[in-house]
Design a protein around this ligand. Structure first.
Ligand code: HEM
Length: 173
């Protein structure tokens, strides 16, 4: 797809800002999740779970979608293509997986925030909120998105059979 240089640069800025912003927001979520798990102060635990729910809905989800759609756009408007290089396919897989898990996990975050907001939680005591699940999810997401960042920077050279065919036919033209 032919796109002028300034537009290509603008699209890259959007993609990098959203995707690296997503990584930063996951680091912040991990901090809140650890605070919720280890703090002995009930107010801190409540505030952390309420913050995690808001962060999930209003920061992580928008960043995830802009990173995903921006990444697909980058692939289509540059020489990289969507299915020509293994590193692009890996990034696509990692990003789709992380986005789907995030969307499914929003329900858990909503439940935890609901219990945290309740002065006399019906679903269990505040102590029951101390779940390692949020730390685990944020930690795995951080590892996966760090792999996507490394792939983006190093761009390992492996090409798919489709990519090789495309390159050969373009060289012949
Ligand atoms: C959270 C996930 C992602 C992260 C952290 C991320 C990060 C980055 C970064 C930092 C760059 C700039 C690298 C450079 O200019 O040298 C980049 C470029 C790129 N990304 Fe992503 N990305 C993500 C998801 C995706 C997805 C899902 C796709 C496509 C399926 C994608 C495709 C691309 C392409 C093709 C470029 C190269 C653009 C160019 O060289 O002009 N990215 N990405």
């Amino acid at each position: 797809m032919i796109v002028s240089r300034p537009w290509r640069k603008a699209a890259l800025v959007t993609h990098v800002t959203a995707s690296v912003g997503w990584v930063g927001a996951i680091v912040a979520s991990l901090g809140l999740a650890i605070a919720a798990l280890v703090s002995s102060d009930a107010q801190t635990v409540r505030a952390a779970y309420i913050g995690l729910d808001l962060m999930g809905r209003y920061v992580l989800v928008p960043f995830a979608f802009v990173a995903l759609l921006g990444g697909i756009a980058q692939s289509l408007i540059t020489k990289w293509g969507l299915f020509r290089h293994y590193w692009v396919i890996f990034k696509l897989g990692i990003t789709i997986f992380a986005t789907v898990v995030l969307l499914l996990y929003l329900r858990t975050l909503e439940f935890l925030a609901g219990v945290a907001r309740d002065p006399a939680p019906a679903g269990g005591s505040l102590e029951a909120l101390r779940t390692p699940s949020v730390v685990l999810h944020a930690g795995v997401a951080l590892v996966l998105l760090s792999v996507a960042t490394v792939l983006a920077i190093y761009k390992p050279s492996g090409m798919t059979a489709y990519g090789q065919r495309k390159e050969r036919s373009e060289n012949r033209e």
